[in-house]
Design a protein around this ligand. Structure first.
Ligand code: FES
Ligand code: FES
Length: 154
């Protein structure tokens, strides 16, 4: 029986997928949303982050069965969220991105952070973004962009 998955406000019928397959592979291979990246595969890098009900989860560690009936937001849908749109604009203004690979996960984490704390100080930003690694070292620009977006997303 197909599993109905809600991604970025759209329903997708997922056929022939085991209920315990990681959401990451469903998103990338079955839904065609390749913005969500595979990094470590073990919950350590944050590249695979998505929002589920407004909270950040690592999709490499989230089985398909856990998101049945819940709304999943990927980087492709982030601009429809007020905080997400403000963050995307700030990311451009600050010119955060280097190679870009980690950035979808960084933006998802930043969006979850602003939803929980719309005016984070440096410590709160560091704490909120601590699950995301960037091999290019864009951390100072990420912090600057999160600050810029804070207040613009309300
Ligand atoms: S790929 Fe999921 S946390 Fe690294
Ligand atoms: S921008 Fe290259 S890994 Fe973060």
């Amino acid at each position: 029986m197909p599993i109905i998955l809600s991604v970025n406000g759209q329903k997708h019928s997922i056929d022939n997928a085991a209920a315990d397959v990681p959401l990451l592979w469903v998103l990338r291979d079955m839904v065609g949303m390749t913005g969500t990246k595979f990094g470590c595969g073990v919950g350590l890098c944050g590249a695979c982050g998505v929002l589920i009900g407004g909270q950040r989860f690592f999709s490499c560690q989230t089985p398909l069965r856990a998101v049945i009936g819940r709304d999943v937001t990927t980087i492709e849908g982030l601009g429809d969220d007020p905080h997400g749109a403000a963050l995307q604009q700030a990311w451009e203004e600050v010119d955060v991105v280097q190679c870009g690979y980690c950035q979808p996960g960084q933006l998802i984490a930043a969006c979850a952070l602003l939803k929980a704390n719309p005016r984070p100080d440096d410590a709160a930003i560091d704490e909120g973004m601590s699950g995301n690694l960037c091999r290019c070292g864009t951390y100072p620009r990420i912090r600057k962009a999160v600050k810029l977006a804070a207040g613009g997303g309300r």
